[in-house]
Write a protein that binds this ligand. Structure first.
Ligand SMILES: Cc1cc2nc3c(=O)[nH]c(=O)nc-3n(C[C@H](O)[C@H](O)[C@H](O)COP(=O)(O)OP(=O)(O)OC[C@H]3O[C@@H](n4cnc5c(N)ncnc54)[C@H](O)[C@@H]3O)c2cc1C
Length: 447
């Protein structure tokens, strides 16, 4: 399916001799989220004058996905309010409702579920991730996952008639969902195997503080517990936990992490073990370990060595990172086989929960040295009064989490982003432990 050339852009491509693709080439982007969108913008910004086609299976894309666990649930926004505009001046062929189901690397073409074939010279994979129910869980009325605008809207509708909602998974999406449920004056129960929440996102000490605030806000915390069985009885869900107790609920929201959307790449010779493996510049890596010519990837589906932190490939599932990776992947694609600088991304995002503004930047490991700084020492409501957790690795600041400490966060993060070596602060030895222990104790008292 070859498309007519846009002769108006031919002059532009002649002017940019440094790019490896010309006006007669076709670049195909799969995925209409922030990574795919950013890639199309950057392709044009860099002077690519050929054909860009974007395949997206969602009819409503692009939209503000983070709103799915925030304003869409509380009713402050409707699906049409979170849609994002498509910039017509980029002349991108948006093919909605097209899911890539197969990729033929030899013929360089992609097949969609609509039985159409899309040939390409260059390919950007930006398929993000998806949410699914844990293995063996029954589907049924009131059983939800939360990733897309449709899923959020369906949950919002069900919330109207529900009294008690069980949220399984205490990550960011789970915590934001619990806030929305409480704002709607419904009962919320949160279940997570860890004794604190948002462990992957904010680490243990801050995770305890946030869990404590959720408990104070009326969320029933069943932490340190796993769901063993799920069944539907007399129009309600019953979750049996591993301590023998059970939770009854009208609605269950499973927010237990997401999987990279890569099934269609099965058999394409691409390494998709735990996400699409890329090299430092976001060139896709094949199953034999070589880079695949003319194929790059960006966004939440990607695992790549983010050399700012480690040689070990990592995944970053955040909006800003997806945009920055989309831009970088487009530049790498256009460079052909020219060497490109490594793509270093500082992961960062923020979330607002029960009056706590949690801001996160950088990378964290439990083995890092953690310094907790209370903005108003001595206050019992540590999180509400403001607290910063600084993570140090080899005496260098690698991660920062601020709760109600926006100003300090902004100052330090600015330094991290412009890559200024951050001076190592003195490390009070006992403070992290005492903050954590106090928080654990308070959490036990309120839950
Ligand atoms: C509920 C929720 C709340 C969030 N809140 C925040 C937040 O507050 N801050 C933050 O930074 N991040 C947040 N995130 C994460 C952020 O939205 C993602 O990291 C980001 O959207 C990833 O962008 P992406 O372009 O890689 O993938 P996606 O946004 O997932 O977009 C990928 C697109 O590709 C489509 N697609 C997949 N496979 C195919 C295929 N085979 N063919 C065609 N199309 C395909 C998908 O349907 C989707 O439309 C949130 C995520 C969720 C689910």
């Amino acid at each position: 399916m070859r498309r007519p050339r846009q002769s108006s852009r031919a002059g532009l491509s002649m002017a940019r001799r440094s790019i490896a693709y010309g006006w007669s080439d076709r670049i195909l982007v799969i995925g209409g989220g922030p990574a795919g969108m950013a890639a199309t913008e950057e392709l044009r910004r860099q002077g690519f004058a050929g054909d860009i086609t974007l395949l997206c299976d969602e009819p409503d894309a692009p939209y503000d996905r983070p709103a799915c666990s925030k304003s869409l649930l509380t009713g402050h926004a409707r699906p049409q309010d979170v849609r994002m505009p498509i910039d017509g001046s980029l002349e991108v062929n948006w093919m909605h409702g097209r899911r890539a189901v197969e990729i033929d690397m030899r013929r360089r073409s992609v097949l969609t579920q609509t039985d159409e074939e899309y040939p390409f010279d260059g390919l950007v994979l930006a398929t993000g991730s998806y949410a699914s129910l844990p293995k063996g869980w029954p589907a049924g009325p009131g059983m939800h996952v939360l990733h897309s605008v449709d899923e959020a809207w369906q949950l919002r509708r069900d919330l109207r008639n529900a009294e008690r909602i069980a949220i399984v998974g205490g990550g960011i999406t789970g915590c934001e969902t619990a806030c929305a449920v409480r704002e709607l004056a419904r009962e919320a129960v949160m279940i997570d195997p860890k004794p604190y929440v948002m462990g992957r996102a904010v680490g243990e000490p801050v995770g305890y503080l946030i869990a404590e605030e959720h408990a104070r806000f009326g969320v029933e915390m069943r932490l340190g517990r796993r769901v063993k069985e799920v069944e539907r009885r007399r129009g309600r869900w019953r979750l049996l936990l591993d301590d023998g107790s059970s939770v009854h609920a009208d609605i269950v929201v499973a927010t237990l992490g997401e999987k990279p959307d890569t099934d269609f790449l099965e058999g394409a010779g691409i390494d998709i073990s735990r996400g699409i493996l890329c090299d430092e510049s976001l060139r896709v890596v094949g199953t034999e370990g070589e880079t695949v010519e003319g194929v790059v990837a960006a966004g939440a589906a990607v695992r790549w060595p983010n050399l700012l932190y480690s040689n070990e490939p990592m995944m970053v599932g955040q909006w800003i990172a997806a945009v920055e990776m989309g831009h970088a992947a487009a530049r790498t694609l256009l460079a052909g086989d020219r060497e490109m600088p490594p793509v270093g991304i500082v992961p960062r995002y923020w979330t607002l929960q029960n009056g706590l503004r949690v801001m996160v930047a950088g990378d964290f490991k439990p083995t890092d040295h953690i310094v907790m700084t209370e903005m108003r020492p001595g206050r019992k409501d540590t999180a509400r009064a403001g607290v910063m957790a600084s993570y140090y690795r080899d005496d260098e600041l690698v991660g920062l989490i601020a709760v109600n400490a926006a100003r300090a966060f902004t100052e330090v993060t600015r330094a991290m982003l412009i890559d200024t070596p951050v001076r190592v602060a003195p490390k009070p030895k006992s403070q992290p432990e005492s903050t954590r222990t106090a928080s654990r104790r308070r959490l036990a008292a309120v839950s």
